[in-house]
Design a protein around this ligand. Sequence first.
Ligand SMILES: [Zn+2]
Length: 164
Amino acid sequence: MIFTTEKEICTINGGGCCSPKPKGKMECVECSTEAKAVLSKTLNALLTNEAKESLKSLEGFYYCKTSNCKVVYFKEDIVLSQSDLKVEVGLKDGAIPATLCYCFGWSKEKIKSEIQETGDTEALSDIKSKMENPGCNCEVLNPSGGCCLGDVGKAIKDIKRQLS
Ligand SMILES: [Zn+2]
């Protein structure tokens, strides 16, 4: 698999966010949902040393974001799960904290308590302003290797629905 460094445009913020993302998609070996390719530097930053030592190469992996699927990364017959990562994968069921934005520390818990206290959340505006300054580092902090805004927006809708 050959990765390009073409930028994936973050549509919510009008583009320009984050990292050059590898192109390519593959169905998850477990849940058959389409999974996106991740950069080797993302795995290098987030995998445990044991997991890294067991792998010949960190290239060519895909990230499964399905909440009830145990697979986090996969390629061919290799499957990596939560126990192979140093960070909690916030989008997976049972994650505590359920971190969504790894750059600026927004979790489902934090968003929920803010909505309960004030009726709304500053999460999206806070993240967007910090993306401009100081800038984000999703490719080595977020297990997805990419922008969290889509996940944050979806979580806010879900939480508001639960609370209403
Ligand atoms: Zn999956």
